[in-house]
Design a protein around this ligand. Structure first.
Ligand code: HEC
Length: 111
């Protein structure tokens, strides 16, 4: 009997944590969308936030900072007007709203 109470408690705990996770709502959805866009447009050259074309310029915070990229706006600027070896992503390829989501995903994800 004790055992089944523990099982019920565990199930309730898992259920609760799912509830909390989904209650976070929009932020999570934005991050997910950013991730999808990143995989679609950027991951070929930046797998796991790296850089296969120019390994000196990965997407981790330190590298970005060294190149004065510190906010999502700076990342969007890079997409619109990239350095050598990177494809250009204009507003037709990735609209501003989506570009912001990709940028925020990068800032939140890669260390
Ligand atoms: C064709 C390969 C390629 C693709 C696709 C690509 N990049 Fe890049 N990316 C590069 C290269 C090469 C650089 C280094 C450019 C330079 O020397 O300034 C770079 C640099 C960057 C930097 C600056 C990194 C730093 O450490 O200074 C950011 C931010 C960035 N890319 C974001 C993106 C995003 C966001 C996407 C997708 C929308 C993307 N890239 C797609 C090749 C690519």
């Amino acid at each position: 009997m004790k055992h089944s109470i523990a099982v019920v408690a565990a199930v309730v705990a898992v259920g609760l944590s799912f509830g909390v996770a989904s209650a976070k709502g929009k932020g999570d959805k934005d991050l997910k969308r950013g991730e999808e866009l990143f995989k679609q447009h950027c991951a070929v050259c930046h797998p796991e936030g790296g850089n296969i074309v120019n390994p000196q310029k990965p997407l981790g915070k330190e590298s970005l900072k060294a190149n004065k990229i510190t906010s999502w706006k700076d990342i969007v600027k890079t997409m619109r007007n990239p350095g050598p070896g990177m494809s250009t992503f204009d507003a037709k390829a990735i609209p501003d709203k989506d570009a912001k989501l990709v940028a925020e995903y990068i800032l939140k994800t890669f260390k």
